[in-house]
Design a protein around this ligand. Structure first.
Ligand code: AGP
Length: 611
C-alpha cells in the first residue's frame, strides 16, 4: 500500500527521500512523488515506478533540506500523474502526502467547491490539503492548528505529512489508523510509514499512536494529541538491521525469503523451546494461559496467506487441545454480525500487523468482550498494540509481496501454542508432547535438505510455465497448503489456480481435468495417504497431469505421477512446514520464466491498510 517518507535536517533531503521511496517499493504502488521546500516549493510526481520519477526529474532542481516523498497505491482515482502524491493545496500554501482513506471526502469537497476551491485530482488527499488551507486562511492560526482543526472534521484513516510554505522549517505529521514512525537523528528527523527507509540513518524511533500529531523542526519534536494535549514521546530502539532489507545476493526478495525459512523458523522457536526439548515457553502469553484453558472456542481472524496459516492452526488446536476453532476471513467477520462470547479467544494473525480488515475484526471482538491475541511479524505494528497479548514471529522483514517465511513462522507459533495448550489441559501425552517439540526443532535442517530440490523444481516449472490454469489438492493438514500453493501461483505468475480438499475434486473440479492443466497434489505420508493416492489415480484415469509433493522414498506415487518432488519425512502435524516450500519455489520459477515482477506483482500491496 501507499508509502511515506519525510526528512528535515541539514542534509540534502532529495537523496534521502528517493532512497526511502525505493525502500518502500515492496509495499506495492502505482505512482510516486516528492516535494521539497527551498524558498519555493518543488513538486514532482509520476505514474509508474520510482525509477520513472527519477527519470522525469532528471536535472530539475532538487535542492532543499526539508521534503517528503510518497508511493501511491490507488484507491480514489486511477493511477496517473495528477492523482499521484504529494498534493498541493489550491493556493499552494500546503503540500500533503497521505496514506489511508478520508471517508467523508466527497461531502468536504462539495463544501470547498462552494467556497471557490478548484480541484485537479480525484483524490481524497487533495480534499484534505484544501481543507487545511481553507481553515488556515480563514483565521489567524498556525499551520499546525489548521491541521488539527481539519483533522477534527474528517472521518477515516490517515498517516499524514504536511508542509506549509509560510512555515518552511517544519514538518507536521499525524496518525489515525495508518502507521507512521519518526526517526531521531542528530539535528535531523525522518518520517516514514514503516521503519525500512529510516533504519540506515538511525535506530532511535518513535511509533506514533492514533490521534497523535507531531510538529517537527530540525532541532525539536513536539508530540501532542489532535486535541492539543502535550505527550511525552516514547523513544524506542529499532531491532531491524539494514542487512535484513537487502536482497543479499539473491535475484529477488522472494527467493531470499524462501531460503531464509530454516533461519526464520529456528528464530521463531529459539528461546521458546527449552534445551531438553521438553517444554514450550511463550512469554507473551504467560498471563493469558488460564483464559486459553477456559476458552469456549477459539476464533482465528486473518487474510490471505495468514488465513491459510490460521487453517493449519484450526487443525492443530482441535486435534491437540480439543477446543473448537473457527477460522474467519477478517473482512467477512467484521461485517457479518458474528456471534462472539466473552469466553471466546480471538487470535488475529498478520505478517504486517497493519491489515485494515484484521484490525477492524479485532475491534469487534474486543467490543464483544472477548480476549484478543495477536500473532504478528512486524514489531511495534498496530495489531500487537491493539491486542491483549500475543506472540511475535521472528521471521525478520518480509519484503516480497508474496508471503513465504511469514507463513511458516506463523505455523511454527500456532504449533507451539496448540501443543502448549494441549499440555496444560492434559490433552496430550508427555511422550507425544516431547516428541513433537523435538520434531519441530528438526524442521529447519529438513527444510535445508528440501531446498536442494530447487533445480529439479525449476525444470518442472519450465514445462508448465505456459499453463493457464492449475489445481492444487491436499487433505487434512495439507489442504491449507494446497490453498497456499494456489495463492502463490496466481498472485505472482497471474496463472489462474485453485486449491481444493482432494476429495472435493469429485464434486466439480474433476470436470476441468485434461492433459493441459497441471494438478499439484500435496501427498506426503500421513493418515489420509491411501485416500490421496486414490485421488491421484482418479486424475490420471482422466489423462490429467500430476505434480506430486511426496515423502522421500515414496515409490508408490512416483509410479503414478508425472513428476514428484520429495521432501524429508516429518510427522503429519508438522508437514505444512515442509510441503509448502516446493510450492513456493514452483510459483517463483514459473513467475520468473513468465517475466513477471515477482517481488511487486501487479495490483498487489504488501500490507493492505484499506478495507
Ligand atoms: C500473500 O502472499 C499475500 N501477500 C496476502 O495474501 C497477505 O497474506 C494478506 O494480505 C495478509 O497480510 P498480513 O499477514 O500482513 O495481514
Amino acid at each position: 500500500m501507499c508509502g511515506i517518507v519525510g526528512y528535515i535536517g541539514d542534509k540534502e533531503a532529495f537523496p534521502i527521500l528517493i532512497n526511502g521511496l525505493k525502500r518502500l517499493e515492496y509495499r506495492g504502488y502505482d505512482s510516486a512523488g516528492v516535494a521539497l521546500l527551498n524558498g519555493e516549493t518543488y513538486l514532482y510526481k509520476r505514474k509508474g515506478k520510482v525509477s520513472d520519477l527519477e527519470e522525469f526529474i532528471g536535472t530539475k532542481s532538487v535542492l532543499g533540506n526539508i521534503g517528503m516523498g510518497h508511493t501511491r497505491w490507488a484507491t480514489h482515482g486511477e493511477p496517473n500523474d495528477i492523482n499521484a502524491h504529494p498534493h498541493a493545496s489550491f493556493h499552494n500554501k500546503f503540500i500533503v502526502i497521505h496514506n489511508g482513506i478520508i471517508e467523508n471526502y466527497s461531502r468536504l469537497k462539495e463544501k470547498l467547491i462552494h467556497r471557490g476551491y478548484e480541484f485537479k485530482s480525484e483524490t481524497d488527499t487533495e480534499v484534505l490539503a484544501n481543507l487545511i488551507e481553507f481553515i488556515y486562511m480563514k483565521g489567524d492560526i498556525t499551520a499546525e492548528m489548521a491541521v488539527r482543526l481539519a483533522l477534527s472534521k474528517v472521518v477515516g484513516a490517515y498517516g499524514l505529512v504536511v508542509m506549509c510554505k509560510d512555515e518552511p522549517d517544519k514538518l507536521i505529521a499525524a496518525r489515525k489508523g495508518s502507521p507512521l514512525v519518526i526517526g531521531i537523528g542528530q539535528g535531523e528527523y525522518f518520517l516514514a510509514s514503516d521503519a525500512t527507509p529510516i533504519v540506515e540513518y538511525t535506530k532511535s524511533v518513535i511509533y506514533m499512536n492514533d490521534n497523535d500529531v507531531a510538529v517537527i523542526s530540525k532541532n525539536e519534536l513536539l508530540l501532542k494529541t489532535v486535541d492539543n494535549e502535550a505527550l511525552t514521546p516514547n523513544i524506542q530502539e529499532l531491532s531491524l538491521d539494514i542487512g535484513e532489507i537487502d536482497k543479499g545476493g539473491y535475484d529477488h526478495f522472494m527467493l531470499k525469503e524462501i531460503y531464509e525459512q530454516p533461519r526464520a523458523i529456528a528464530d521463531t522457536f529459539r528461546g521458546r523451546i527449552n534445551a531438553e526439548h521438553t517444554n514450550i515457553h511463550l512469554g507473551g502469553l504467560h498471563a493469558v494461559w488460564p483464559n486459553l484453558e477456559k476458552a469456549r472456542r477459539i476464533i482465528i481472524v486473518a487474510c490471505g496467506t495468514s488465513w491459510h496459516a490460521g487453517l493449519v492452526g484450526e487443525y492443530l488446536f482441535e486435534e491437540f487441545a480439543r477446543v473448537p476453532v473457527e477460522v474467519e476471513y477478517s473482512s467477512e467477520f467484521r461485517y457479518r454480525k458474528p456471534i462472539i462470547y466473552a469466553d471466546d479467544i480471538v487470535i488475529a494473525i498478520s505478517q504486517s500487523g497493519e491489515t485494515a480488515d484484521t484490525l477492524a475484526a479485532i475491534k469487534i471482538a474486543k467490543e464483544a468482550g472477548a480476549m484478543v491475541l495477536g500473532i504478528c511479524n512486524v514489531v511495534g505494528s498496530s495489531i500487537p498494540r491493539e491486542t491483549d497479548a500475543g506472540v511475535y514471529t521472528h521471521a525478520g522483514p518480509e519484503i516480497g509481496v508474496a508471503s513465504t517465511k511469514a507463513f511458516t513462522a506463523q505455523v511454527t507459533v500456532l504449533t507451539m501454542m496448540a501443543l502448549k495448550l494441549a499440555h496444560r489441559k492434559y490433552q496430550i501425552s508427555l511422550d507425544q508432547y516431547h516428541h513433537l517439540i523435538n520434531e519441530l526443532t528438526l524442521i529447519p535442517d529438513k527444510i535445508e535438505k528440501g531446498l536442494l530440490a530447487n533445480n529439479h523444481i525449476k525444470k518442472i516449472a519450465e514445462l508448465y510455465k505456459d499453463s493457464t490454469n492449475a489445481i492444487y489438492l491436499g487433505r487434512g493438514f495439507l489442504f491449507p497448503v494446497a490453498l497456499e500453493g494456489a495463492l502463490k501461483l496466481k498472485e505472482i505468475s497471474y496463472i489462474h489456480a485453485e486449491g481444493y480438499p482432494a476429495a472435493e475434486m469429485k464434486h466439480g473440479p474433476i470436470a476441468l481435468i485434461d492433459k493441459n492443466m497441471p494438478v499439484v497434489v500435496v501427498a506426503t505420508k500421513d493418515s489420509s495417504y491411501e485416500k490421496i493416492v486414490s485421488n491421484i489415480q482418479e486424475v490420471k484415469a482422466r489423462n490429467g497431469v500430476v505434480i506430486a509433493v511426496v515423502t522421500e522414498g515414496d515409490d508408490t506415487i512416483r509410479k503414478m505421477a508425472d513428476h514428484v518432488i520429495e521432501v524429508p519425512e516429518t510427522p503429519e502435524h508438522l508437514a505444512p512446514l515442509m510441503s509448502v516450500i516446493p510450492l513456493q519455489l514452483l510459483s517463483y520459477h514459473i513467475a520468473v520464466m513468465r517475466g513477471c515482477n515477482v517481488d511487486q506483482p501487479r495490483n498487489l500491496a504488501k500490507s493492505v491498510t484499506v478495507e
